[in-house]
Design a protein around this ligand. Sequence first.
Ligand code: NAP
Length: 266
Amino acid sequence: MINKIVILGSGNLAFHLCKALSMAGIEISQIFSRNLETASQLADMAGCTFTNEINKIDTSADTFLFAMTDEANLKIIKQLKPYPDKIMLHTAGSLSMNVFEGKTENYGVFYPFQTFSKNAKLDFSEVPLCLEASNKQTLNKLIKLSEKLRCKYYIINEAQRKVIHISGVFACNFMNHCISLGENILEENKIDKNILKALLKQSFEKLITNGAFASQTGPAVRQDYETMDKQIQFLKTNKTLLEIYKLMSQSIEETHFRDEKKIKKP
Ligand SMILES: NC(=O)c1ccc[n+]([C@@H]2O[C@H](COP(=O)([O-])OP(=O)(O)OC[C@H]3O[C@@H](n4cnc5c(N)ncnc54)[C@H](OP(=O)(O)O)[C@@H]3O)[C@@H](O)[C@H]2O)c1
């Protein structure tokens, strides 16, 4: 069993992991982070100590859970001496589990396929977990941990995890940015951005019920080139927005009229 964990990192995911693991009765023994302010906040929540010194890492823990940026994970793993009796895990979508090679034989990935922000509430038991491990014993421990968190889990290899990650980048990260761009357009034109809320609510309800393909509306799927030309004129002063508009419209047309020859590239 995984009973005692050091969490490395004190960002968005570390915050939610710290909360969910503590609530599930799993001991967090220490927060390791370069950021002592956020480390102390997480440590308060878990009732544990914190440090920013790698030589003070709590070696009484059975598991080191790396939840920093990929670059920081790699930097700290490099500095860490081998701990053959420990389990080492990371939480990243596109980082090989082999980054732990030479540090322990028991390592793996604990990748939660969800979007985490400190200021957004979340029921962790609804997070799908992608698990991968270097050996059977470690995988079994990861499964037990997922069960303790009451999460649905998937045994996923590195190639599959990369696919899942990139799908999430399109479905969540790019979608979020598109909404942010929509808000900016309103704000720049002195219109209350809250006018978007009802549209977003209905859009999410629709796409969860009917799927994204069936829910597509707008000028590109209607092939309303007159409107698209007007909108292109409107965006002419912002090169990036113009390119995004054209590429998105082209992608919508290619997706919906794949077998037809009548796609006009705006
Ligand atoms: N957030 C999500 O939605 C999500 C979902 C699934 C998986 N993940 C994975 O979780 C991991 C963490 O993501 P996150 O969203 O929690 O990131 P985050 O909020 O940006 O937090 C990153 C953490 O890494 C630390 N850090 C950054 N650069 C560092 C460096 N050079 N040296 C030492 N520490 C450094 C940060 O410290 P400072 O506070 O000092 O910057 C912070 O504690 C990533 O592998 C990500 O792929 C995230």
